[in-house]
Design a binder for this molecule. Sequence first.
Ligand code: ADP
Ligand code: MG
Ligand code: MG
Length: 526
Amino acid sequence: SDVINIPFLILLPPLFSTCFHLSLAGEGKGRSWRWRDMLRFPHISQCMTLANTIERRFSSLCVEQPIGRELFRLFCQSTCELQSCISLLDKMAEYEVKSDEERTGFGIQIINRFLNRQVHLNSFHSGIAFITLLVQSVLQSVLCAYRYVYEYLSGEPFFQYQQSMFFDRFLQWKMLEGQPVTKHTFRWYRLLGKGGFGEVWACQVRASGKMYACKKLEKTHVKKRRGEAMALNEKLILEKLNSRFVVSLAYAYETKHSLCLVLSIMNGGDLRFHIYNIGTPGLEWDRVQFYAAEVCCGLHHLHQQNIVYRDLKPENILLDHNGHIRISDLGLAVMLSEGSLVRGRAGTLGYMAPEVISHSYYGKSPDWWGLGCLVYEMTAGKPPFKGHGERMNGCFPTFSIPPSFTLCSLPLYYPAQRLGCQQSGVEGVMSHSFFGTINFRRLEAGVIEAPFKPDPRAVYCQDVQDIDEFSTVKGVMLEKTDNEFYMKFNTGRVAIPWQTEMIEMGCFKELNVFGPQGSRPADLDW
Ligand code: ADP
Ligand code: MG
Ligand code: MG
C-alpha cells in the first residue's frame, strides 16, 4: 500500500540533511567588538507588521530557512510528544550520509526503533536479488517515515509553534535580516579579480566575521554597455539557487557608484589555472572525475530550476579552500519557461555546442556538451575545439570531434544522441561508467573529501599587479530612471545564505538565549 517510486538519486529532503554537516567555523574570529549591537533584536512589538505579512508556509518557515528550522527544532524539543520526532529526524540525517555498506543495517535500526514494523536481516536470503530487495524495502520504509513525519509536523505542531516564543524569536531574526546593507556592513581586503563591469574584492562581514567575495558592477559601465538586464538576470538567478556546487549570493546592495553581489568566496583559484599553470597541462584522473562529478551536481541543481548555464569552461569553475568546486559567473544563464526552448548564440568561442552556434532552439543540452568539453580539457590539457569553425553561422557546424574526445564519451555530437539529453537525463550521466566510483548521494551531502586541497598560503591566480586598474567611464550620467533598476537590485540579505552565516559563525547560538525554563526574559528586549 505504501509503495512509492524510488528515484535514481535518493536524496532526503532538507528537513533532515541540510544543516547536519554545518560545522561551526571559527566562532567569534573576525567579528567586530560591536557585533552584538549590530545584531540587536528589535522589541517584539516592532515585528507586528512582519507577523501579519509573512507567508505562513511550513516548508519555507521550518524546513528551508536554516534559522527557522533551528527554532522549530527547539520548539519540538521543548514539547514531550515531539521529542521523538526530532530523534527520528536526526537518525535519518545520519542514515543519509552513511556509506553504502553501513546504510541498510543502520536503516533497519531506525525502522526497529521508531517504526511499527520489524525487519530482520536473517529473513532475507543472500544473493544479489534479495539484497537489492532488502535495500529498497529499507529505503522505502525510511522514505515513508519521512513523508509521515513531515505531514504530521506541518499540521498541529506547526500551528502551535506559531503561537510560541520560538516563532516570536524567528520574527526578530527576520527583522535583523531586513536591515539595510551598505559598504560599512563589510571590512575590505584584497582584490581577487576583474570582471566585465568591475572588480571582485575579498570582504568580511563585521557582525559575524564571515569572508565573502564582492563582485562590483560599476553603474557607469553597466549603463554605457546596456548591461542592466544582464546584471539583474544574474542577481535574480543567483538568489533562487541553493547548492553547494554553485556560488551562492548572500547580499545584494548598491553604493553611490556600484551594484554589489556578495558571493561565496572561492580562494583556491579557477580550473584554468589548475589545468595550465601547475606542472604539465592537465589534471590527474581522480581530480578530473571528482570535478566533473561536482559540476554535474551543480548542473543538475540549475536544471531542476529550469536554468541553462551556457558558459561552462574551466575559468568559470572555482575551487574553495577545501578543494571543492562551485560553478560561478551566471551572467549568461537563462531561465526557461516550463517546457520551452531558447535560441541565441551565448557562450564562449571554443565551448559553444553545435546547436548554439547554428542558432537552433535548445533546452539544457548545451550544458552537457560543456561538461564533455570540460572533461576533455582537464584530461588532455588543451581545449577540444580551438579554432574548429566556430565562426560558421546559420547552419549546423561540421567541425570534427578529436579522436581522444571519446576518451570520456560523455558528449555526443547531436543533442538528440548526447548523454544527459535523453530520457534518462542527469541520471544517465551520473550512472555512466565514467563516474563508477563516485557516490553521488554522499557527494551531494558534502561528506566526500576532495582529492586535492589547495595550499592555504598559496595564491592561485595571476598577480594582482597584472590586473589592470578599473577605470570609471566618463560622460555617462546616471539619471532618475536608472534608480528603478537599482532598486530591483538592492534587496539586501538573501535569507538562506545569511541565516546559514549566522549559524555557522556561532552568532545564532550566542544570541539566541531564552530565559530560565524557556521564559521570556525581560532584559532581552522581549
Ligand atoms: P564577469 O561576469 O564580469 O566575467 P566574474 O564573475 O567572472 O565576472 O568575476 C571576475 C573574476 O573575479 C573571476 O575571473 C575570478 O578571478 C574573480 N572571482 C569571481 N567570483 C569570485 C568568487 N566567488 N571568489 C573568488 N574570486 C572570484
Ligand atoms: Mg567571467
Ligand atoms: Mg559574467
